[in-house]
Design a protein around this ligand. Structure first.
Ligand code: 3NM
Length: 205
């Protein structure tokens, strides 16, 4: 999540409520036409990191390896268009790496460089990522789970309380969401419902 996702409320207030509600990981993803830059970007990231630390929740940076190193983040998440995972692994040592995968070939590279988790999506249509791929449904997720019973998998894209059961039943350990939490009128309840579904699956994350 980033400042652009918080449309009506302060992003740090949303993050704090989500942490209090029991989210188990946070990804800092400052994207979009009005995304913060420069000092404001770093300052906001640092504030998010401090909040996550208060709740002992891992803070993951999307894409920006330099920021992850500077802030001593817990991990970095990369997509297929970002720096190659082999180079990211070299730069960040044993920090967590998550990588988005959409095909078996991408998955094999993720495994080769010991990604700590893979992100699979968009499962459903999303309004939160302008350049998102066509929604994939759960077929690829199911395939990956069958072949790799112990690989931590996080599903993303259009997931809400109503459809999360489908992705958990397809084998996802966790769900990554933006709008379901940022646009919720009751973050505690939204997070509680996600946790009820994922609690048995997410032994790895
Ligand atoms: N990555 P929402 S979908 C950031 O498919 C992101 O890789 C995706 O937001 C991917 O929960 C997505 O509002 C947006 O749909 C997720």
């Amino acid at each position: 999540m980033g400042s652009e996702n918080a449309k009506q409320r302060e992003p740090l207030v949303i993050l704090k409520e989500a942490l209090q509600a029991g989210i188990t990981m946070f990804q800092f993803r400052e994207k979009g036409p009005n995304a913060l830059t420069g000092h404001a970007y770093e300052h906001f990231a640092h504030d998010c990191l401090k909040l996550c630390q208060q709740y002992h929740v891992p803070f993951i940076v999307n894409d920006d390896v330099e920021l992850a190193l500077k802030l001593k983040a817990d991990g970095i998440h990369i997509g297929q268009d970002d720096l190659h995972i082999s180079l990211v692994r070299e730069k960040i040592g044993d920090m967590l790496i998550g990588i988005s995968v959409h095909t078996d070939a991408e998955l094999q590279i993720a495994l080769q460089y010991k990604a700590d988790y893979v992100g699979i999506g968009p499962i459903f249509a999303t309004r939160s990522k302008n350049d998102a791929n066509v929604p994939s449904g759960t077929a690829f997720l199911q395939q990956v789970r069958l072949k790799h019973p112990d690989l931590p998998i996080v599903a993303i894209g259009g997931i809400d309380n109503a459809n999360a059961r489908t992705v958990v039943e397809a084998g996802s350990d966790g769900v990554a969401v933006i709008s379901a939490i940022c646009e919720s009128n009751d973050i505690h309840n939204t997070v509680a419902q996600f946790k009820k579904l994922t609690i048995h699956n997410n032994q790895h994350i």
